[in-house]
Design a protein around this ligand. Structure first.
Ligand code: HEC
Length: 91
């Protein structure tokens, strides 16, 4: 993971959406998020997600908060995985 890329993407949030990879998203989720959020995903209920953009930002916020150093692709993959499996938002 390239630092400049991370910096660039954090300056331009969500502008460049790469094609999501469901398998990678699953692995990333299981590795870094499952402990807290469980399977099936347990929402804190504090923040209802109504669209995938919100979901993307929350995934990014959590990844950032826990200093995972995720790049845009990691976040996109995990967002896609969570949405496909649990949230099922259509926009
Ligand atoms: C150490 C525990 C912990 C880990 C690890 C963690 N989270 Fe969270 N997450 C939380 C808590 C606590 C909240 C509630 C904060 C809030 O809603 O303001 C939250 C909120 C969220 C939300 C939005 C609130 C909702 O409706 O559930 C999403 C989406 C989310 N996390 C995704 C992730 C993803 C993706 C990862 C893996 C990168 C991750 N989290 C890792 C504890 C964790």
């Amino acid at each position: 993971m390239n630092r400049n890329k991370i910096l660039l993407f954090s300056l331009l949030p969500g502008l460049v959406l790469a094609l999501p990879n469901l398998e990678d998203g699953k692995l990333l989720y299981e590795e870094s998020c499952l402990n807290c959020h469980g399977d099936p995903y347990l929402s804190s209920g504090l923040d209802e997600m109504t669209n995938t953009t919100d979901l993307f930002y929350m995934v990014r916020a959590c990844a950032k908060h826990f200093r995972l150093n995720w790049n845009q692709q990691d976040i996109t993959d995990t967002t896609h995985y969570l949405n496909t499996k649990f949230f099922q938002l259509d926009k």
